[in-house]
Design a protein around this ligand. Structure first.
Ligand SMILES: NC(=O)c1ccc[n+]([C@@H]2O[C@H](COP(=O)([O-])OP(=O)(O)OC[C@H]3O[C@@H](n4cnc5c(N)ncnc54)[C@H](O)[C@@H]3O)[C@@H](O)[C@H]2O)c1
Length: 103
């Protein structure tokens, strides 16, 4: 079956670990170019290859941009860098649940 996301571009936040990493790898496996964004490129808990490096190694298209999703300016930056780098943006997967201290 042909990849379903060929030519599409996605941003995945929290892409270095857990659910975000799984989403990024799944998008790439379906042919999407993936901008992996996270606080750091490597998984916090496991000694494994960074998500964007694994995608590139498997022949996909990916990049990493350090992004803190609690910072509006950084979120705007990841959108503009993604469009600049891949030419478009079709999908965003914001897979982070963050407790924001409002006190
Ligand atoms: N795994 C589950 O079954 C499950 C179920 C329900 C809810 N959740 C929630 O979903 C979220 C993701 O779960 P997970 O298992 O993938 O967690 P995880 O810790 O494996 O991955 C979260 C990723 O988000 C990144 N991150 C954290 N804060 C960030 C920020 N401010 N900006 C950018 N990146 C940031 C981390 O560096 C990490 O790479 C968690 O908040 C978790 O509580 C998980």
């Amino acid at each position: 079956m042909a990849p379903r996301l060929s030519g599409r571009v996605a941003i995945v936040t929290g892409a270095s670990s857990g659910i975000g990493r799984a989403i990024a790898l799944a998008y790439a496996a379906e042919g999407a170019s993936v901008m992996c964004s996270d606080l750091q490129p490597n998984s916090r808990e496991e000694k494994i290859k960074a998500t964007h490096e694994l995608i590139l190694e498997q022949g996909g298209k990916a990049s990493f941009l350090k992004t803190d999703v609690t910072d509006e300016a950084q979120v705007e930056a990841v959108v503009s860098v993604t469009v600049k780098r891949f030419g478009r943006l079709d999908m965003q997967a914001f897979k982070i649940w963050t407790e924001i201290n409002t006190s």
